[in-house]
Write a protein that binds this ligand. Sequence first.
Ligand code: 13P
Length: 331
Amino acid sequence: MNKEILRQTVTRLVAKPKGILAIDESLSTCNKRFEKLGISTTEEKRREYRELLVTAPDIEKYISGYIIFNETIRQKTLTGKNFTDILKLKGMEIGIKVDEGLVDLPDHPGEKFTQGLDGLAERLKEYKNMGATFAKWRVVYSISENTPSDLCMKTNAEILAKYAAICQARDLVPIVEPEVLLEGDHTLEKCYEVSAQNFKILFIELKKFNVFLPGIVLKTSMVISGKNAGDRAPAEKIAEMTVKCLEEHVPKEVGGVVFLSGGQGDEEAVINLNAISKLKSSWHLTFSYGRAIQNPALKSWAKNPEDITGAQKLLVAAARNNSLASVGQYK
Ligand code: 13P
């Protein structure tokens, strides 16, 4: 492990006023989003869409790196340029999703663990040769009366720690993503409790596996009321409790902290990040959004597939809004 390389990559990923764009939807997730909008679910359509995302002019002012998917890292533009070369030319980091999705946790209804450790070191070698400098692995916890269990959080934390250690051995920065899902009617206080326990268990495991904390990026959900909660807490409360939870439960040596949008509305995700950024914290807290940045562009492209420029303008506008929010300057 070269700690200096890891530190430098983290510094570039969370440089102000930028954030990360996630376009790493698996085939099934991408196809589901396409189907909803009446787009055909072919490899060529996915390539076309991702070409639009990768070639958006000037997006590099707001985005430090793209997280892409195994299919996308091998794809080219219509004129034959590798997507990876385009990202590199624009000075952006290339990230790769390396987990292989969710599996039911035996005897724990509603709980999942994330698979994909088999062959990971070999896959990383190939991705690194293709230009990747960071990777991503997501685990999920849903809040209900009986979940998440400590067993589920410990199982996933151990997997995240093994993944992170394997990435760092190859000088790739691991994005460590333990997502507390937004679905449900839980209160913000309940989300705080679960997030705090999640961090406690996570950092015990990361330390056990000697993960170099300045060389990781923690990708987390915000401390937020459930999507179907009756009386959802406002942005100021989300910001206060999110920053409190991070300050109290995340070691200060952690290199970077970014947020997922997790199904928040596009504007909601910007406003919440803006409120968070106004508070004092130990990190430049920024975004690593997927849906909250892609949604307007995807919808526009679904309606007018010829109007690539129009869709790209919407993408860049969303990236810009979130960049402003990451330094507390949105509106
Ligand atoms: P969302 O912002 O759409 O939640 O996606 C971020 C991500 O990378 C989820 O793993």
